[in-house]
Unconditional design. Structure first.
Length: 578
């Protein structure tokens, strides 16, 4: 059992059926058709030779298939990681070996993920809030689109170009390249919006029509390559093509730069690992829930780490679970990770036998594939909803997006993370509390600011705190409580209703002890009510419980009211927490 948990392949292989095989064969084939052009496109996006993307699509899916807990996650090169790789490589000296640096990034990212998995720190993904992730992906998509426009227009940007040079560069666009890129975009858009409907109207089954529509990237590559070959667009009209690729499978080797480069790339690798993990786990969880399956976040760290290490060994680039490819894999009927193994085998076959055909693929088509893939990541709706619901979350989203657009992907992401954590601390430092009263004729208690005609008593204050008590909010809470006391000159009893308190740290415990003594000096007795069992277990033998009498711990707020509303000096034994 322990072995099956550490190697999930043994779990699904044990119950593998013919129905699983049929679904996996179809899904694996369709995903491979989509992956080949995407892998080359994302490799060029990262500033690497196109074979780096192909090599990263062979061993990594197999490594994940053995160790991953998602049955449908499609691992390989992804757009966001590619642009992060490009930015990391841009910081290197011009004469650096970019492919070797990319291999190092993959290796470091893999090691970071494996270490986090061994330490069982999968919960770290929880710290990347939805506003940060949405702002990051939206801005990263815009950055990626902007980076691909020169290839789409057939423009060769010099390394030292300046913004003032842009109008002249755009004016020198290549009409043939733009025509091919625009045609590829039109084909991809039609395949995503109307092709399936047309095919079904022509008598094709729904499953076959859906599968055929997923082949659009390959069709765009084939059409563009044929156009280049027939009309000599590369030699006559200057259309940029991929160029010659090394034939054969990747050599299993590690050609790494020196320690200086390693140390310089480590922060970028850690961010690539973190973002790739969050993106992968998010889609994996979504699809697992649809089939009532479970994802182990810690095992996912190990699996994605192994995938990145295998990418490094095979001379590839950092990898993660791709959203669009995973959705294609899932919708095409993938039942297990056998689909990914088949995908890897087909990509290996392409690398072994068909690389000469890929040399004439126009870069404008690959740019169109990237632009179309990432354009769906631009999510303006979420930004508007976040701003309307919570201005702080909206500000976090906008800060992350603007940071990515103006400061770079890594700096923008870090800025969003920091602001998100600061917002969390700020909220925790200002806990919600309410003065409550009793609904007449009942045992229900409500906020006096929200309900009218509640029972209250001049000598009795019922105050409910709705937050974990911690060092972050003790000062604010103590001041708020004393303000309530100062506004009630006849007050003799304060009941702290703890139904919303899930924990009390040591700083908060000291504050409660101090509050008890301060109130007693003013002639006021502090009581507790509705203390949760786990909280009471920790408080039972503390100084607070010794200092509290004559205050009591009541099982319910109603019991406290009944005991205190008609007496000025109640006495009694302490009750246990509920």
């Amino acid at each position: 059992m322990a072995l099956r948990r550490s190697i999930p392949l043994l779990e699904w292989a044990r119950t593998y059926t013919r129905a699983d095989l049929n679904g996996d064969l179809l899904a694996g084939t369709i995903t491979a058709i989509m992956l080949v052009p995407q892998a080359m496109a994302f490799s060029l996006l990262a500033g690497l030779p196109p074979q780096a993307g192909l090599y990263a699509s062979i061993l990594p899916p197999v490594a994940y298939a053995v160790l991953g807990t998602s049955r449908t996650l499609a691992v390989g090169p992804v757009s966001v990681a590619a642009i992060m790789v490009a930015q990391a490589l841009a910081s290197l000296p011009p004469d650096s070996d970019r492919l070797a640096a990319s291999v190092l990034l993959a290796l470091l990212a893999g090691i970071v993920l494996i270490v986090l998995g061994v330490l069982r720190l999968g919960l770290l993904a929880n710290f990347l809030s939805h506003p940060v992730l949405s702002g990051f992906t939206t801005a990263a998509a815009l950055v990626i689109v902007a980076a691909q426009l020169p290839s789409l227009l057939g423009i060769a940007l010099p390394r030292d170009w300046q913004p003032d040079d842009l109008p002249a560069l755009v004016a020198a666009f290549n009409p043939a390249a733009l025509a091919i890129g625009a045609g590829a975009l039109a084909l991809l858009w039609f395949a995503a919006t109307g092709l399936e409907r047309v095919l079904r109207a022509g008598g094709m089954s729904a499953a076959a029509a859906s599968s055929a529509s997923k082949t659009a990237p390959l069709l765009a590559v084939v059409a563009g390559t044929v156009a280049v070959g027939v009309f000599d667009l590369d030699t006559v009209h200057g259309v940029q093509v991929v160029g010659s690729l090394p034939a054969g499978l990747p050599e299993l080797d590690l050609d790494l730069p020196g320690w200086t480069t390693l140390i310089g790339l480590l922060p970028s690798a850690a961010l690539i690992a973190f973002v790739g993990y969050v993106e992968s786990v998010s889609i994996a969880k979504t699809l697992a829930n649809r089939r009532r399956q479970m994802i182990d976040p810690n095992q996912e760290l190990v699996a994605l780490g192994a995938a990145n290490v295998s990418a490094a060994i095979s001379g590839g680039m950092p990898v993660a679970g791709g959203f669009s490819r995973t959705m294609v894999n899932f919708n095409a009927g993938a039942r297990t990770q056998a689909a990914s193994i088949l995908t890897a085998a087909l990509v290996a076959l392409v690398a072994l036998l068909f690389t000469p055909l890929l040399a004439h693929v126009p870069k404008a088509v690959l740019a169109a594939i990237i632009i179309f893939a990432v354009s769906r990541l631009v999510d303006v709706r979420t930004a508007l909803l976040a701003w309307r619901y919570d201005r702080i979350d909206g500000a976090v989203l906008l800060t992350t997006a603007l940071g990515v657009l103006t400061l770079g992907i890594e700096t923008g992401l870090v800025a969003g993370l920091v602001l998100s954590l600061l917002a969390y601390v700020w909220r925790a430092s200002r806990p919600h509390f309410a003065v409550i009263g009793r609904v007449r004729g009942t045992e229900h208690f409500r906020n006096v600011l929200r309900y009218s005609n509640l029972e209250t008593w001049p000598h009795l204050l019922l105050l409910r705190v709705d937050e974990h008590l911690s060092f972050a909010n003790t000062v604010y809470l103590e001041q708020a409580l004393m303000q309530q006391v100062a506004a009630r000159p006849k007050l003799e009893h304060m009941v702290l209703v703890c139904s919303g308190i899930n924990g009390v740290d040591f700083s908060a415990l000291e504050m409660l002890v101090k509050l008890t003594l301060s109130l007693r000096a003013a002639g006021i007795t502090l009581h507790l009510a509705e203390v949760k069992g786990p909280v009471m277990d920790r408080l039972r033998e503390t100084e607070l419980m010794h200092r509290l009498p004559p205050g009591r711990v009541f099982l319910s707020t109603h019991e406290a009211v009944e005991a205190l509303r008609s007496t000025r000096h109640p006495r009694g034994s302490r009750d246990s927490g509920k």
